[in-house]
Design a binder for this molecule. Structure first.
Ligand code: SAM
Length: 278
């Protein structure tokens, strides 16, 4: 296991909060994350933000190939040295949001997994980029703030359930794997963390829907989550016929008029969008 403090000292590195640099120092947690991804030799693993390579080394020992994308050029010499024993790691210095992952991964014939202790300042944009983009991932394993993990895996009628839950559950089957104490990092983050595993899925019910319309309905419904659906959706431009039509659709679907967004499952939203866009 890489000794984080020693590496930081040797290379004169200072970790920056603005880049979300909280490095994992507990090898058991690192191994648990890699095990959660069930990483094996047929896998190509993309690691977002390898830092000084503590998790990259564990990934490289199990995966066929690892592509590690790190934005901070100051970390690259330490990262290269720490991974010098592995011939299956490609290090890319760049911003993951600007990296063409599609072309970097397109020739791999086995499963593509993305495993990351995500930089917290940019968690949701990275997740949405992967969910909505064209990178052919099979499994995503992320360490995120515990609160975000709970929102991703939340079920209807709970306080954590919202537009993020629906977006994640549209593209994947999310599972909360385990929580991680602040004490497992240098420096300690302000909040506890959790690991989530998102396994790709294509919902049968989503096959013939207008995705843009569906997400407009979801966003508008949760945008005003205290209101009933009739009030949050009734006057939206993408609901032709307004409240009257919405009343008819709710009645056809057997949904009560006083329903609020947080009580509806993803399947209810899919049916609602299908009916409203017809
Ligand atoms: N993987 C290491 C670990 O677990 O110890 C470091 C994780 S740390 C939470 C997040 C890492 O992401 C940092 O090394 C940071 O420099 C890097 N990072 C931040 N923003 C990034 C971006 N937009 N693209 C790529 N890497 C980024």
């Amino acid at each position: 296991m890489i000794n984080t403090n020693e590496v930081l000292k040797k290379y004169g590195l200072r970790l920056t909060k603005t880049l979300g640099q909280n490095f994992l120092t507990d090898i058991n947690i690192i191994r648990k994350i890699v095990d959660t991804g069930e990483v094996c030799p047929s896998d190509l693993v993309v690691e977002i933000g390898p830092g000084i390579g503590s998790m990259t080394a564990e990934l490289a020992g199990k995966a066929g190939k690892v592509i590690a994308v790190e934005i901070d050029k100051n970390l690259i010499p330490a990262l290269k040295e720490n991974l010098s024993a592995f011939s299956n790691v490609t290090i890319i210095c760049g911003d993951i949001m600007e990296t063409d992952l599609e072309s970097l991964t397109k020739d791999w014939t086995g499963p593509l997994k993305v495993v990351s202790n995500l930089p917290y300042y940019i968690t949701t944009p990275i997740i949405m980029m992967l969910l909505e983009g064209n990178v052919a991932w099979d499994t995503l394993v992320f360490m995120v703030q515990k609160e975000v993990a709970l929102r991703m895996a939340a079920k209807p009628s709970t306080k954590d359930y919202g537009a993020l839950s629906i977006a994640v559950q549209y593209y994947s089957d999310p599972k909360l794997a385990f929580t991680v104490s602040k004490n497992c990092f240098i420096p300690k983050p302000d909040v506890d963390s959790a690991v989530v595993k998102l396994k790709k899925r294509v919902l049968d019910q989503a096959q013939d829907i207008d995705k843009d319309h569906f997400f407009k309905v979801v966003r508008a419904s949760f945008g005003q989550r205290r209101k009933t659906l009739l009030n949050s959706l009734g006057n939206q431009p993408f609901v032709p016929g307004g409240k009257e039509r919405l009343r008819e659709v709710l009645s056809k679907l057997g949904i009560k008029e006083s329903i609020r967004a947080e009580e509806l499952s993803i399947y209810d939203f899919l049916n609602l969008s299908k009916e409203l866009s017809e």
